[in-house]
Design a protein around this ligand. Structure first.
Ligand SMILES: Cc1ncc(COP(=O)(O)O)c(C=O)c1O
Length: 368
């Protein structure tokens, strides 16, 4: 990180600043006195805005008073949800390759992580339901999956969502869905259409938790505001637990989040156009390179190419950095099934992305 002149495609964020209308909403909120403590579960107005958002975007009815809690980021929602369902010694299933913070939170709860890798079937990642069945123990309490996925860009199909829900119901498990990238979706009937949430299939009585965040859709990574949706008993527990961690999400940040939910569509649409172009540029550059398999991702802002014969993705990324000053994330960082691949975050602007892809493809060609 201290090296000069690096084209950085390793972080999971775009280098676009937070839109002005969101910053203005936060400043206005501070002037309006939103600088005090709020309810542990977040401002009632923010929870109402979230419920309205789910009604409009997903046709899902949520009770803002009992089924939603505003959190201090998506990672805090993930941590809170996991800690609310696991006891020490429990087993937890995680679909990987995945952002490692879920597995780390499980370990922080003194529980055991069982990673089940997404198999690459032709040009698409899938779910190994047989491996999931075989991994269940009497202590298994939960299954965590991420769709759209970081790092794969994979999006669960309707049938895969149903399969996960049936599996969780059959084994009496909590199903935790990380949906923080649901607005970054390129395979809908139009750009801007969200990935259908698992909440459309699950009932409000299912043991279901959805993790979400303002970070990715609204360029608000530094603000630390997210949310968690869950069954009423889980939300009651999480509302107690958050008191002892951060008490609640930042007050003016919650007001800024409301502005994002109600006024964010135009800016989001422009960002999606740009991200789709970036994705296609990277796909074009990588396709046809010898030894490279690159599934077309339908969501998020990552590509996860697999390189034939690669057994040390960390070494590969280090050599790439040293020789070309391009920074990528090694696949091994994302757990089971990640080795042999590397992650490209294509949310950077073209002036960074184009030369980075040019250097990467030259490096890959030279390595063959
Ligand atoms: C899959 C996934 N979930 C959750 C998060 C958390 O985002 P934040 O804590 O910024 O809200 C991230 C961030 O990279 C992520 O990739």
């Amino acid at each position: 990180m201290s090296m000069d002149g690096v084209l950085r495609l390793y972080f999971g964020e775009s280098n676009l600043p937070t839109p002005e209308y969101i910053k203005e909403a936060a400043i206005r909120a501070m002037h309006d006195g939103f600088t005090f403590y709020t309810e542990n579960a977040g401002l009632p107005s923010t929870r109402r805005a979230l419920a309205d958002h789910y009604r409009a975007m997903q046709s899902v009815e949520l009770d803002p008073a009992s089924e939603i809690i505003v959190t201090a980021s998506g990672v805090q929602a993930l941590n809170l949800g996991i800690r609310a369902v696991l006891d020490p010694g429990d087993d937890a299933l995680v679909l990987t390759p995945a952002w490692p913070n879920g597995s780390s939170s499980i370990m922080m709860a003194n529980a055991n992580v069982l990673q089940i890798a997404h198999p690459l079937c032709g040009q698409r990642y899938a779910i190994d339901f047989a491996a999931l069945e075989a991994a269940v123990t009497p202590r298994t309490r939960m299954l965590l999956y991420t769709s759209p996925s970081n790092p794969l860009g994979w999006v669960a199909t309707d049938a895969e969502q149903q399969g996960l829900l049936d599996f969780a119901r059959r084994h009496n498990l909590w199903l935790i869905a990380d949906e923080v990238y649901d607005r970054l979706y390129y395979a809908g009937s139009r750009l801007g259409e969200p990935v259908p949430s698992i909440l459309r299939k699950a009932t409000r009585d299912d043991a279901m938790i959805v993790i979400h965040s303002f970070s990715k859709s609204y360029c608000m990574t530094g603000w630390r505001v997210g949310w968690l949706i869950g069954r009423r008993d889980l939300i009651a527990k999480a509302t107690q637990l958050i008191e002892f961690v951060v008490s609640h999400a930042p007050t003016f940040g919650q007001k800024a989040g409301e502005a994002a939910l109600t006024r964010g569509e135009d800016e989001l649409g422009r960002m999606l156009e740009r991200l789709k172009q970036n994705r296609d540029l990277c796909l074009e550059a990588l396709r046809g390179l010898p030894g490279v398999t690159v599934p077309k991702p339908d969501g998020a802002f990552y590509l996860f190419p697999r390189l034939a014969g690669l057994t040390d993705s960390f070494g590969f990324c280090r050599d790439l950095l040293m020789e070309t000053r391009v920074g990528l994330a090694p696949g091994v960082a994302f757990g089971e099934g990640g080795e042999g691949s590397f992650r490209i975050c294509y949310a950077a602007e073209m002036s960074i992305l184009e030369p980075a892809m040019e250097r990467l493809t030259r490096f890959l060609r030279a390595g063959v």
